[in-house]
Design a protein around this ligand. Sequence first.
Ligand SMILES: NC(=O)c1ccc[n+]([C@@H]2O[C@H](COP(=O)([O-])OP(=O)(O)OC[C@H]3O[C@@H](n4cnc5c(N)ncnc54)[C@H](OP(=O)(O)O)[C@@H]3O)[C@@H](O)[C@H]2O)c1
Length: 270
Amino acid sequence: MQVVEAKGFRLPTVGLGTWTLRGRDCVRLVEQAIRIGYRHIDSAQMYGNEREVGEGVRASGLRSEVVVTTKIEPSRLAPRDLVRSVEESLQRLALDAIDLLLIHWPNPRVPLADTLGAMLKLKREGLTRQIGVSNFTVALLEAANAITPELVCNQVECHPFLNQDKVMAACRRYGMAMVAYSPVARGNASGDAVLERIGRAHGKSAAQVSLRYLVQQGIVVIPRTSRVERLKENFDIFDFALSEAEMNEIRALARRNGRIVDWTWSPEWD
Ligand SMILES: NC(=O)c1ccc[n+]([C@@H]2O[C@H](COP(=O)([O-])OP(=O)(O)OC[C@H]3O[C@@H](n4cnc5c(N)ncnc54)[C@H](OP(=O)(O)O)[C@@H]3O)[C@@H](O)[C@H]2O)c1
């Protein structure tokens, strides 16, 4: 199992994204993914599937080997509500503890020190093993790391069409893992002429090239799929390597409007 290590925490390099996965399909996909070798499952309070994610993890019989992530809704970051929301998450997941608890999105209306203080307390009490953030910019990472040195990751959008070098450098500076969401650009890696051509040269798909490009930089990826056959495809990225020339060619695909996930509540991106 390939992992990225951050502050002694070993985060499996390929995880399963579960946004939009619901009901029995979600349970089945999570269980199947773990059978195939996935040891990292990404959920969130906002996805409405923690119950099914927990059921799939338990059904696999390998709970102790799997890192289960969930993320706190941005509207529930004030300490008292945060604690309640995490207790609710744990009830839905029906697991002994959360492995990795993240702030899903920054919320400027709640002081960051209050939120992180509550998360640290939950960590000390054993409700979560590790804590981290998501959608944090360089400035927000600076603020968060001035409050606590215990954050192990920042989960952000990252794929060949979006350059995230600044955030990556900040993560490195603070010893945090960078976790790439939308790592196959919501399916748009497929069909890209450069990724397809490089994939053909290695006997791989364009999506696999997109994932390999990220993991080769030490980035964790959490591709989502609703199709069992793609679980294996997205996991099967450790038996080939991209050359420096190929890495540079993929790097050049980044464009100004490459960002996919942008909401009214997004922070001011780097
Ligand atoms: N922290 C945040 O704010 C945040 C935001 C967005 C996402 N996330 C997390 O990151 C995960 C992944 O991001 P995402 O869901 O936005 O995008 P993604 O994983 O880049 O793309 C998922 C889409 O790509 C397709 N796909 C997957 N594997 C493929 C392959 N090998 N070939 C071709 N198409 C493929 C899937 O279709 P099929 O289902 O048909 O395979 C699906 O429509 C999410 O599920 C969620 O857990 C977090």
